[in-house]
Every structure is written in C-alpha cells, then in structure tokens.
Design a protein around this ligand. Structure first.
Ligand code: COA
Length: 646
C-alpha cells in the first residue's frame, strides 16, 4: 500500500510509503486522492496530517515516469483536492521535501518539519520548472526574491531558513508526528495558500539583479530562463492563469532534449558503482595518509578531513611540509567561514603532519600526490611497501601514468589502485577509480565506499594513458589544434564552445592552467614514442617564447589590464604552421566548429568504450560532465552521440 490512513483520536494520519524516496508516483497520487475522499467523508475526523514513512518526505515526482505519457490523477489535481478540503491538512516533513514533495506540502494548510529537514524546488536541475503549482504557491508563502532563488537557482534550504522565511509554521523539537498531530488539532480551519496574496512589496531591483545573475550563469540551459518567467507570472498573473501556464511550460520542457539529457545524467550518476567489484565488503578506513602537500595533495587532505577522516600529510622536508599544511589550513578556514565546517577545531585535531614515512604505520589508506614522474612515484610506492600495514591500500593520484607499473613495485600489488581526484579536490565531484590488473575486489569496494564518504561520484576506469577523462580531453585538444590549421582562430573555437555551454573555451582553459605543464608532458611523451601521427607545433612554439598563459601575461591570447585580446604573434605562428603543414584554409565557418570538437570527443569515447577502459557509455558521460565541465544539459559526449546520431 503506497498510502495508508491511521486514526489518532480525531486526527487522520495519512502516510505515504513508497521507497526509496517516496516519489509521487501514480500509485501515490491515486492513494492521496482516495485519502482526501475518505477523510472528507469521515465525520469522526477533524483534521489530517500528511506524513511519510522511511528516510524522507516526498522527494519529488517519480523521474522515471517522465519518459512516459502522464497518467491520471495528475499531481496538480491531487494538490488542488487537498488544498480545497474542508478539513485542515498539516504536512509533517522529514528528510527532503523536494519538487512535487514541497508542492504537496504547500498545498497543505500548515507545515511542520524536523530540524534536519531540507526543502526545495530543484526542477531546474532536471531541465524543468515546477509543474504542480510551485511557482504560484511559493511566492504566496515567502518573498519574491527567495522564491526566485529557490525556483530558478534550484538549491534547497534548511528547516531553519524555511521557518525564518515562513515557508513552514514550526520546527519540531521532539517527535515530529506527535507535534504535527498537535498542530493539526490547533488548526481552526484550512488556511489555503492560493487564497493568499503574494508576500509583501516586491523589491524589483533586487529581483531583477538576482534574475539577471541567474540568466548569465544559465549558459544556454533553457529551464533557468523558463523558471524566472514562471516566477514572474506567479507573482503578477491571477493564480489560475499562472497555474495553467506553469503546467504547460513544465510539460513542454519535460519532452525537451535538455531535460532528457539531465535525467540521463541524474540516473547515470547514481549507477556508476553498480559493479560487482564495488559491492564486496570494504576494508575499514579511518586513517588516511597523503604524500605531497602541493595543490593536489593539500586538496585531497582537505577533502578527507572535511568528511571526518584522520589525515597524516607527508612532505620531504620541513619547509615543504609547512607550505602544504598551510594550504590545507587555508582551505579548511575558508570552508569554515562559508559555514561548511561547524566544528573547525575538531577537524584540525584530526590533522597530522610529518616528514618521516614511519608516521604512516597505522594508515588504512595512503594517497600519493607527488610530482607526475614514474620514477618518483615508484620510489614513493617502494617506501610505502615497507612502512605501511600489509593490508593498507596504496593509491596513486596520477592523471595519466601506468598504474600497473606503479603497482608492480609492491610485494603485494593487489593493494594498489588509482584515485584520480580533480582540482580543487575538496570541491570537484568526480573521482576516477583506476583499476590495475592485480587489484583485489575488496580494494575496489573500499575505493567505491571512500568516494561516497567523500561526497564524490566514483567512476571505475581501466588503466590507459589518461584514463577515461584525460584521453577524451586530449582528443578534443588535438582537434582544436587541427581546427586552427584548417583555418579557424582560437577566439572562434572558444566562442563556439562557450555558446555550446562550456564555461570556458579550450584555448582559454589552456591559458588558465598554464601551457608549460602540458608542454613538459608532451616532451616526455614524444621521448617515450607515445605521440604518433602529424604533430602540430603551435603550442610548443608559444612555450618556447615563454608564452605560458595568463600567469606570464601571454599565451594563446594577450592579457593586460585592458582585458583579454587576440594576439598577432599567435596568428602569425598559426599562419606559419598552416603553411608548414601544407594546409590551405584561411577561414572556417562558425557552424562547423562544434561538430568537429564533438566528433573528436565521441570518437575517442567510443575507443575508450571498445577497449574496455570505461564500463559503460553512461560512465563516460558522467566523467565528462563532472570532471571536464561538459554542459550537463547536453548529457555528455556519448549521450549526445546517441541523440544526435541515433
Ligand atoms: N524519482 C525516481 N527515483 C528517484 C528519485 C526521483 N525523484 N529521486 C531519487 N530516486 C532514486 C535514485 O535513483 C536512487 O535509486 P537507486 O537506489 O536505484 O540507485 C534512490 O532513489 C536513492 O537516491 P539517491 O540520490 O542515491 O539517495 P540520496 O539519499 O543520496 O538522495 C535525494 C536522496 C532525494 C536528495 C536525491 O535522490 C534527489 O535529489 N532526488 C531528486 C529530487 C528531485 O529533483 N526532485 C524533483 C523531481 S521533479
């Protein structure tokens, strides 16, 4: 039974039970309509509490139903039935009341939540706008500006913030259900949200400022603009008209490619670790060692500390150790300032530093993040082999070196694994879990569990040069170079990428990261004979001139106080290289840029899949979206290939 009714004296407790997240599926909607009819008809009932079993209040519509035609009863009709009931309904919220869940709660006549509950309308993140009255009811409970932030920004708010904003009437101090029943008894009559006027005088300047900030960040994601428009209609149109338009927008967006892509990524992200190897019993991990206190190592140490682990940071000398420890403390301090670390002292108390590897004797897992050089990494692993517990897991954060070769220096290579974090490691969501041939299954399972404990999305990758992400990334970098040879300009390529939805173009990104790093890597790979095919020398020539990007004031572009400018030097290098390679092109059509970039990404993604480096096309999409800023609402290169190419 998805919906049941239990009587507590003269109050009916209507409970939704639809695991895992009480999504408002068809059975739930039908059950709620029946509950309205039953409680209305029951003369022994004065009021109703709407509650949920399990871990959360209704966390939204059942997203799996979105690819099918809508089935009656529709959620707006269910909410209308609750709102117009003659007996007061009180929502008792625990866990997360999201999307349709919060819309249901707003259709009730009063709301109480437990202190840990969160509430929001995250539909924009699925390419939608609320479809069951959210844009019309929310501005009748909270200010226009907060409604805009919640609906077009998509971020949930805490129970405390909800109480301050008067979205809810109370926070339970003891048992949520008991207090909800008490609140229901107190209700003299239904207070209907749609019967209220919108809240207060609208501060048009603040509203417009927030709206234009959100539009800027949307980068082509349609739902954000649509959500802003819907909130404006919710504020200014009569409720009936606004509701009808909201529903029409919701249905139109639901069928759009962007919404399909966002649903695809939503489920793909939740399926990356559905692999038998990740399902074994994990080894216990509480103490983590991190070797190297550079940007990456310090970021990894911070990420682990912030999620409750003990961390021992190792550096080769006192000066480097002090610098590394300061990086970690800086990250922790700024996270604490942003309210993300309620108990900074407790976090700092779990942080240790040492120059002697002996301090790793009790570590359960060690991640090395030293200089990206095979010999250096092998030396670190050889040392770890002798100082750590025999069952401690030894991980390398290399972004492209052969993890099998690093594992081979251990007396027991089954405890070696790759953990490829992305910078800044305490923020970026992706963690590539790289599996060398000898890795034992419980080591894979431990890495999978660690990714979850760190709040990251773990994706399993085989060993190859660059793993899943950097392989595809270097394919599209090379294609961008070829585009220049074929007549495009760096500006043209970057503009096309931004227009597609990337936050930054490929050349701007190289300037940001520093051209010297990739240059050093190319030199090594050339020496190792790993670069084959025609070699395009433009980036090397820029580096030979000291044009390393932003940090030197020049790279693919010139940087000055006046801003970013195209560079004549670069244009003449491109012209010379075009000539040297016998290329004819001197111009290139804008419309042809993205198909070439996407084509190169897709071809490499297909190769990565065919070689068994990635477990599935979905995993590749998750990697590109979370590690490489591929626009989420396009779904990732493999999804794009499927929708564009069938
Ligand atoms: N519809 C269908 N299935 C859903 C769902 C939804 N709205 N929300 C979550 N699920 C499923 C997940 O796919 C997952 O299934 P699985 O166990 O088979 O992989 C399961 O519920 C648990 O979700 P998960 O995200 O892993 O749990 P969590 O505890 O980390 O987070 C939520 C719970 C509710 C916060 C999170 O799932 C979420 O944000 N859901 C989407 C909410 C939303 O956008 N609602 C508006 C819809 S219009």
């Amino acid at each position: 039974m998805s919906v049941s009714i239990d009587k507590q004296d003269r109050v009916a407790v209507v409970t939704i039970d639809n695991p895992p997240v009480n999504a408002s599926s068809q059975a739930v909607r039908a059950g709620l309509l029946e509950a309205v009819a039953a409680t209305e008809a029951d003369a022994d009932i004065d009021a109703v509490v709407l509650a949920c079993a399990g871990r959360t209040f209704v966390a939204g519509a059942d997203v799996r139903e979105f690819d099918k035609p809508p089935v009656e009863p529709h959620l707006p009709d269910v909410i209308a039935a609750i709102e117009s009931a003659s007996k007061p309904w009180v929502a008792a919220i625990h866990g997360t009341a999201l999307g349709g869940g919060l819309e249901l709660a707003m259709g009730c006549h009063a709301r109480i939540a437990d202190a840990k509950a969160r509430m929001g309308l995250p539909e924009v993140t699925l390419g939608l706008v609320p479809g069951a009255g959210g844009t019309v009811r929310l501005p009748r409970l909270v200010t226009a500006e907060l409604a805009l932030k919640m609906i077009a920004g998509g971020k949930p708010i805490s129970a405390k913030a909800a109480l301050e904003a008067r979205l809810i009437d109370a926070i339970a101090t003891g048992d949520l259900l008991e207090e909800a029943v008490a609140l229901a008894v107190e209700q003299a009559a239904p207070r209907r949200t749609l019967g209220k006027a919108v809240v207060g005088a609208i501060n048009a300047d603040a509203f417009d400022k927030t709206a234009s900030g959100l539009r800027r960040k949307a980068r082509g994601q349609a739902s954000i603009g649509a959500a802003i428009d819907a909130v404006e209609r919710g504020l200014h149109l009569p409720a009936d008209a606004a509701l009808a338009e909201e529903r029409a927008t919701f249905l139109a967006l639901k069928a759009s490619d962007q919404a399909r892509a966002l649903r695809h990524i939503f489920f793909a992200e939740r399926a990356t670790l559905a692999d038998p190897r990740a399902k074994q019993a994990p080894r216990p991990v509480t103490r983590i060692g991190v070797i190297g206190g550079g940007t990456m190592g310090a970021g990894i140490a911070s990420a682990c500390l912030m999620r409750g682990f003990h961390v021992m940071l190792i550096e080769r000398d006192e000066a480097s150790l002090e610098a590394g420890a300061n990086r970690v403390r800086g990250t922790l301090d700024s996270s604490a300032k942003r309210g993300l670390l309620p108990d900074l002292d407790a976090v700092v108390a779990r942080f240790g530093t040492a120059t002697d590897y002996a301090a790793l004797a009790d570590a359960d897992l060690v991640v090395e993040a030293v200089f990206e050089d095979m010999e250096v990494k092998k030396q670190v692993f050889a040392k770890l082999d002798t100082v750590t517990k025999p069952d401690a897991i030894l991980a390398t954060n290399t972004s492209y070196l052969d993890v099998n070769a690093i594992a081979a220096v251990l007396s027991d290579p089954s405890r070696a694994i790759g953990l490829h974090f992305f910078s800044p490691a305490h923020i970026m969501k992706l963690l590539e879990i790289v599996l060398p041939n000898a890795v034992s299954e419980d080591v894979v399972a431990t890495a999978a569990k660690l990714s979850k404990s760190l709040g990251k999305i773990g994706v399993l990758s085989g060993v190859c040069d660059g793993f899943i992400g950097n392989r595809i990334m270097s394919a599209y970098r090379s294609e961008a170079d070829r585009l220049l040879i074929d007549g495009a300009t760096p500006e043209q390529v970057d503009t096309a990428m931004r227009d597609y939805g990337f936050p930054i173009g490929v050349f701007e990104m190289q300037d940001m990261a520093g051209l010297d790093i990739a240059w050093a890597m190319r030199k090594r790979r050339l020496a190792e004979g790993k670069i084959t095919g025609p070699y395009i020398r433009m980036a090397d020539r820029l580096c030979e001139m000291g044009r390393f990007g932003r940090k030197t004031g020049a790279g693919w572009y010139d940087y000055s106080d006046a801003g970013t400018q195209p560079s004549e030097v670069v244009m003449s290098i491109i012209a010379e290289e075009r000539q040297a390679m016998g290329a004819e092109g001197s111009s290139f059509a804008d419309a042809d840029v993205m198909p070439r970039i996407l084509g190169a990404m897709t071809r490499e993604a297909e190769a990565v899949l065919a070689e068994g480096i990635a477990r599935s096309a979905d995993d590749i999409d998750v990697v590109m979206v979370n590690g490489y800023s591929f626009p989420r609402w396009k779904g990732g290169p493999m999804f794009a290939a499927r929708i564009n190419g069938g």
